[in-house]
Design a protein around this ligand. Sequence first.
Ligand code: URA
Ligand code: CA
Length: 433
Amino acid sequence: MRMVDIIEKKRDGKVLTKEEIDFFIEGYTNGDIPDYQASSFAMATFFQDMNEEERANLTMAMVSSGDVIDLSEIEGIKVDKHSTGGVGDTTTLVLAPLVAALDIPVAKMSGRGLGHTGGTIDKLESVEGFHVEISESEFVELVNKDKIAVIGQTGNLTPADKKLYALRDVTGTVNSIPLIASSIMSKKIAAGADAIVLDVKTGNGAFMKSLEDAEELAHAMVQIGNNVGRQTMAIISDMSQPLGRAIGNSLELKEAIDTLKGEGPEDLTELVLTLGAQMVFLAKKAKSLEEAREKLMEVMQNGKALEKFRTFLSNQGGNGDVVDHPHLLPEAKHKVELPSRSEGVITEMIANEIGVASMMLGAGRKTKDDEIDLSVGLVLNKKVGDTVKEGESLLTIHCNQTDIEAVKTKLYDNIKIEQEGTKPDLIHKVITK
Ligand code: URA
Ligand code: CA
């Protein structure tokens, strides 16, 4: 087999065999196939697309390019959740203990990453003592005993994706549905998921800005999952404004505690219940999405979800008392209100720019070596669709620096107030096949 023939075949719009896709992924991973051929292949795929079978084959070839986490010692159906990313997205922190409270195993591998706030691990580390440096055997033991544990990235997962994604980033080929869908799905499958729930975000703060693109990506991923024996469901949710009220590490941890008690922001609660219902259904702990949702609401109301969060935190070295005393979490020195300069209805809170403002306070990383300030961030007092009077606080800035003029300007520039406006829909679509 020659790589040039495979490139020409894709360039001409023909369908590649499993053998051809395996040849490319194996050769590219071990260095036999150079970047220039891989980049040409990515561009051909960008223009010619892939059919359902090719997408499934590409996904599984990338899974096989590295280690696959073996969770077979964990009892039950391991359902993983993936979000395509947004601003102030606190859902994982809430969902993990929430579904674990229904005896569904949550065996989560998580990373830190770059962004407007830290990743799930950074947020959890705002609890004193909490750590994810546990052995794989301890990880399995904890999940079997208490149904929930989080471990830092281990092993060499999907090296083909790592290499290809970096190459796509500099060759104008990121934005291709078959390449994005296989990239995301290969990582979830390599991490040991039996079933997968996807939260595909749409709006200015999301990777997929338009609803049509988000829908196409969601369908592509659900098809891949179902074609490779992992039941998969997706929802498409709004990311035109930040999710919930808190953006920042310890601020989001506190928001997660409130939500687990059933006292969280309306949008975050709704999203968590929608995604959680799919997870419970796929784990076969309910016969319908409605029944699953009722079970989740029950553990929010009877305190079991919060109790699960306490157990989880203390199992991994953290002070579980934070669930009753959130003031034990790191707090910023200053709290500064941002008063509205006019009266009306909020019509826009541009998610990605508000995320940048929180990064300017120190809540996120620009490069992987940046230090994060876990205490800082923003708490929205108003959301899109709310009315506001002149002088009323739009949001509270939690900061450790005194000069925040640039942050305030950034925020004012990205919050729009008009005479009329409505609340955006949170859940645009639920995709089950
Ligand atoms: N996120 C991924 O993990 N892969 C892509 O290709 C795009 C976004
Ligand atoms: Ca939030």
